[in-house]
Write a protein that binds this ligand. Structure first.
Ligand code: ATP
Length: 232
């Protein structure tokens, strides 16, 4: 791993019960960048996230974080090292209040007040059950505590899935703030237009391999078509 390389996926081969999906995925994320992973359905984007987060062991290949080999480490161990998988809004407890949910991550009152200042919609309803929030607000509640302690690496698999457009903007703004705080973000998205607004670099996954990776400015419109049609 290099000086500023937060996460390296090296020659990953992985799949499910005799169904290989990844055929040698190579990716490197620097601290303080958003790398968008695009590709057609079934290309292996979710599988890549699962291997990076430690939910699925690769058949061969390695995952390095901050220069250390974490390939054999559990998701819990990786999260202690600052490599997190974004909770998809399911990381909240609907029966607990908003404040109680936040307190699970931020026992310090001052930290919670900072979240309320940043998200007034949560502040206004801090004593109501989190289950009464919309899906988008639940997603924000799940992600907001990260701003107080930005992780080294955040792996987010379609964090805007099923959310209303206005909340999608808020989720992306939050992710951008994490990036600016130094987090390396691996972001899988279906919404190509939105992703190009926040990504620093873009990688295309096609048939289990990275077929193109480069700065956002070098992405051409027809490359997106390529990514979605899987013509590499
Ligand atoms: P999508 O955009 O559709 O989510 P993706 O790029 O995230 O696609 P993956 O979810 O990684 O792709 O799936 C890659 C391949 O692995 C697909 O063919 C899928 O059917 C298969 N697959 C995914 N999960 C499993 C599983 N638990 N068991 C068996 N096969 C699976």
């Amino acid at each position: 791993g290099g000086e500023k390389t937060a996460l390296v996926l090296h020659d990953l081969h992985a799949g499910y019960d005799g169904a290989p999906v990844l055929h040698g995925v190579d990716l490197a994320l620097r601290a303080g960048e958003i790398l968008a992973l695009l590709g057609p359905n079934g290309a292996g984007k979710t599988t890549t996230c699962r291997v990076a987060a430690g939910l699925l062991a690769p058949r061969t290949g390695q995952v390095h974080a901050a220069g250390r080999d974490v390939t054999r480490q559990s998701p819990v161990h990786r999260s202690r090292e600052g490599i997190l998988l974004a909770p998809e809004g399911r990381g909240i407890f609907p029966a607990l209040t908003i404040d109680e949910n936040l307190a699970l991550h931020l026992p310090n009152r001052t930290d919670r007040d900072a979240v309320y200042e940043r998200f007034p919609a949560l502040a206004a309803r801090r004593t109501v059950g989190a289950g009464s929030l919309s899906c988008g607000e639940q997603q924000l509640l799940a992600l907001a505590p990260l701003l107080q302690r930005p992780p080294k690496v955040l792996i987010a698999d379609e964090p805007s899935l099923g959310l209303a457009p206005r909340v999608v903007d808020e989720v992306f703004r939050l992710l951008t703030e994490l990036r600016d705080a130094g987090t390396a973000l691996l972001l899988v998205e279906e919404k190509a237009a939105e992703i190009l607004g926040v990504a620093d670099r873009v990688a295309y996954l096609a048939q289990g391999r990275i077929s193109w990776c480069g700065p956002r400015a070098e992405v051409e419109a027809d490359r997106l078509t390529e990514a979605y049609l899987g013509i590499a």
